[in-house]
Design a protein around this ligand. Structure first.
Ligand SMILES: C[S@@+](CC[C@H](N)C(=O)[O-])C[C@H]1O[C@@H](n2cnc3c(N)ncnc32)[C@H](O)[C@@H]1O
Length: 233
């Protein structure tokens, strides 16, 4: 897969003369061609189940502070992770905190992936799109015709934005839950450390941070929740 991506991107390399700038057309095209968008609805369901168990506490804080519960999908690819998080949050709010406002933001560098996410297009990536979705969440993610389709309520709360995790804009604000899965694996040690520090800065004290199966635990200041999830502070 890496060879195929490098071959697709090779003709862009001569145009690159400066460090990566997201808005430089050659760098943007290279990032579109070289990044890997493998993803799936309810990828790693045990971790997501653990997150669902942690959400009532997060919702209670947001409600007590009179604001929306905010969730970040960092490296969201084509949006399946963000819509999964939106479904879990909607269900948790219905069960435990009806009426609490919800916001889910997906951030990525790949323009075609973000276009698919914004269109709510769920494609086959790692198998049949609905195969990992637990039955109670199917009404959020399955259309009337049985095809995968995020419910209108999820489309209303999920937003997508192009940004690099290596240079997250300050105006992203602070989140109650940050998930960064299957992204750090593609980075150098230095970039990984930089992204981890940036994600921690965008996490509310008491919020939940989640990583992928190959990622290290965050350092001091985080307690283990299990299944690759950590609580801040
Ligand atoms: C393999 S996908 C993972 C998608 C999803 N998080 C999941 O676990 O299913 C990795 C995504 O990270 C994105 N990515 C890689 N480096 C990035 C960076 N520096 N900033 C933002 N997104 C990045 C890629 O474009 C790709 O869409």
């Amino acid at each position: 897969m890496l060879d195929a991506r490098l071959a697709r991107a090779a003709h862009l390399l001569p145009a690159l003369t400066a460090p990566p700038a997201l808005d430089d057309p050659a760098w943007a095209a290279l990032l579109d061609a070289a990044t890997v968008q493998e993803t799936q609805l309810f990828r790693a369901p045990r971790q997501l189940q653990r997150l669902a168990e942690a959400l009532p506490d997060q919702l209670a804080v947001a409600r007590a502070e009179g604001r929306a519960l905010r969730i970040l999908s960092a490296g969201c690819a084509t949006g399946e992770e963000a819509f999964t998080l939106a479904a879990i949050a909607q269900q948790a709010a219905l069960d435990a905190a009806p009426g609490t406002a919800l916001e889910v933001l997906g951030v990525d560098v790949c323009r075609p992936a973000l276009d698919a996410a914004a269109a709510g297009h769920i494609g086959p990536h790692l198998g049949a799109p609905l195969s990992s979705v637990p039955a109670r969440y199917l009404p959020w993610l399955e259309g009337a015709d049985g095809a995968p389709a995020p419910h209108a309520a999820l489309r209303r709360i999920a937003r997508f934005r192009r940004a690099s995790l290596l240079a997250l804009p300050d105006d992203l604000g602070v989140f109650d839950v940050v998930l960064c899965r299957n992204v750090l694996i593609y980075m150098t040690d230095a970039a990984r450390a930089q992204v981890r520090a940036a994600l921690a800065r965008h996490l509310r004290p008491g919020g939940v941070l989640g990583f992928g199966p190959t990622d290290d635990a965050p350092g001091a200041g985080f307690a283990r929740l299990g299944e690759g999830l950590y609580i801040h502070g």
